[in-house]
Ligand binder design. Structure first.
Ligand code: SF4
Length: 153
């Protein structure tokens, strides 16, 4: 069976921007059985944990990859380069493992699959993919959110 790539915060790893995690027991079980590998694109991109929250301004992850939108922190720092670097590092892991499916954390500016925040830091959501989700999709990897995966399985 092909391994899946999963957001590392699902594994109970404290890699979120606030130093917390988003543990999902069923996803943790996949990892324990050797069926999934956890990655955190933001850490792979060189960002520290904890770190300032960031949102995509001017579009979604696809627009970031196309150079039409940016990722900025709540303080206004441009962290686009780190987000793109992390996405390519996650893709490198996925390709090394022959991954065909990724289960990624909804609403994250890296991992979100259907929804991201709108760049105003007001808790407003919009339709769109995070940077890593967009890059994986462009390389033929089927990306699902944790909710979509739970419904499927
Ligand atoms: Fe989780 Fe992805 Fe955010 Fe890392 S970048 S903390 S894996 S949602």
């Amino acid at each position: 069976m092909k391994k899946k790539l999963v957001s590392a915060c699902f594994a109970g790893i404290h890699c979120r921007y606030d130093g917390k995690h988003n543990r999902v027991e069923q996803i943790q079980e996949l990892i324990k059985r050797g069926e999934a590998v956890p990655v955190c694109p933001e850490q792979l991109g060189g960002l520290s944990t904890p770190r300032k929250p960031a949102e995509i301004v001017g579009g979604d992850g696809h627009d970031v990859l196309d150079g039409k939108a940016k990722v900025v922190t709540v303080d206004g720092e441009d962290v686009t380069e780190a987000f793109v670097r992390g996405a390519y590092e996650a893709l490198r892991v996925a390709q090394m493992l022959g991954v065909e499916e990724a289960i990624l954390k909804e609403k994250s500016p890296s991992c979100g699959n259907c929804i991201v925040y709108d760049g105003t830091f007001q808790g407003v959501k919009k339709a769109g993919q995070g940077v890593t989700a967009a890059l994986l999709k462009r390389h033929g990897i089927n990306v699902v959110s944790e909710e979509e995966w739970k419904q499927e399985s």
